[in-house]
Design a protein around this ligand. Structure first.
Ligand SMILES: *Cc1c(COP(=O)(O)O)cnc(C)c1O
Length: 390
């Protein structure tokens, strides 16, 4: 078997496909010398709202800032708590703590790696009590205000029963849809159209990536959308008059211009990722590896957009090393679940509290899945894994 280089992600090939279209657009922005919150941002907000099936969209500086802004917009802060998954990118839990609220963790489903609705229900039942309208977390005395489901790797959380719990306990819902633009639920509804706020990231490695940092909040309620817009510019309304304290959560015109062009390609890229995932499925089965390697489970009826293609394997670190030696890039998302991060030790969680998250952190590995991969590269990845277990 000849050797080959298969990076985890290669954005240079993709760039060549839209470069000719993009450069005149960037030139137009440069000639205008209007860099912040202008026509490109307005167009992007309208396009993403339409694409995601949300009523409103507010472009922001990053996915992390989208989460922070969502929490601020819902008035969540000290004395409050937000329940989320510990098996996610750090920003999910970090944003909750940064507004002064307490992150609470419920475990994931081992098949999808997404927040388990059963675990959420059990947590609310066993660890919280209703005091009038307020749901209080017994151990800390904080008031549970919101659920923050994360549509991990590009597949949606089971939103219908989760929203039923939110209604029952009067909780807000913030979707961390950073990895899930264009992911669909059973009726074809898209990520970012379910929660009070949906948070997207346009970090370059996301399916719709900017040329730097950028993000966006979707919202359904016009008053909340307006609050997010005002908080985005330090809370000034009118300018220089501050009834509330916001921050600088603005998105650049240049980033919005890049995203407006790339958005036209997003469906085709997503289909490319889905094709590659299907091809992996066939290749792993043909290699007789389907018993050794647990492939990502695509829930029937949902549209998985495969921001990542994450397998579960025995002896993960050895396989990763072997793939690296053979030119295949991989990544571990995420080696330490949030409840076990040093910075969250003050919350008092211990190893064993979220066993499925901990097991996933030890067993999972992301393989290259980007749409420009050649069939020969997919075959090569599976061949190398076959050799690793031979
Ligand atoms: C990428 C990501 C974020 C943060 O987005 P940035 O744009 O990098 O700030 C938040 N949550 C999840 C699940 C992510 O994958």
């Amino acid at each position: 078997m000849s050797s080959m280089q298969v990076p985890l992600l290669d954005l240079r090939r993709q760039y060549q496909s839209f470069k000719a279209e993009l450069l005149p657009v960037l030139e137009r922005v440069c000639e205008s010398q209007w860099f912040i919150l202008g026509p490109e941002v307005t167009a992007l907000e309208a396009a993403i709202a339409r694409y995601s099936g949300a009523a409103h969209a507010i472009g922001v500086s990053s996915g992390t800032d989208a989460l922070l802004l969502a929490l601020m917009g819902l008035g969540i802060g000290p004395g409050d708590a937000v329940l989320t998954s510990p098996y996610t990118f750090f920003a999910t839990g970090g944003a909750i703590a940064r507004v002064g609220a307490r992150p609470l963790w419920a475990d994931i489903e081992p098949t999808t790696f997404n927040l388990s609705v059963t675990a959420v229900a059990r947590f609310l039942d066993e660890h919280c009590r209703l005091e009038g309208d307020a749901l209080v977390h017994r151990a800390s005395g904080t008031r549970v205000r919101a659920l923050m489901p994360v549509h991990l790797y590009g597949q949606m959380v089971d939103m219908q029963p989760l929203l039923a719990l939110a209604t029952r306990y009067r909780l807000q819902v913030i979707e961390d849809a950073a990895q899930a633009i264009g992911a669909e639920y059973h009726g074809g509804e898209r990520a970012g159209s379910f929660g009070d706020v949906g948070c997207f990231s346009f970090f370059p490695t996301k399916n719709l990536g900017a040329f730097g940092d950028a993000g966006l909040c979707t919202a359904q309620d016009p008053a909340l959308a307006e609050r997010l817009r005002v908080l985005r510019v330090h809370g000034g309304k009118p300018k220089y008059y501050h009834a509330v304290i916001g921050g600088n959560f603005r998105i650049d015109e240049l980033q919005a211009a890049v995203l407006n062009v790339k958005l036209r390609y997003l469906e085709a890229w997503t289909e490319g990722r889905r094709r590659n995932a299907a091809a992996y499925g066939e290749l792993f089965a043909r290699a007789g590896l389907d018993g050794t390697v647990t492939l990502p489970v695509a829930v029937p009826g949902l549209r998985h957009i495969y921001n990542q293609f994450v397998i579960r394997v025995p002896d993960r670190d050895r396989l990763r090393q072997y793939l690296a030696e053979n030119g295949v890039g991989t990544e571990i998302y995420y080696p330490v679940p949030l409840h076990l991060q040093a910075c969250f030790s003050y919350l008092g969680a211990r190893a064993g509290d979220c066993p499925e998250s901990e097991r996933a952190a030890n067993e999972t590995l992301a393989l290259p899945i980007y749409p420009e991969l050649e069939p020969a590269q997919l075959e090569y990845v599976v061949d190398v894994i076959h050799r690793a277990y031979a």
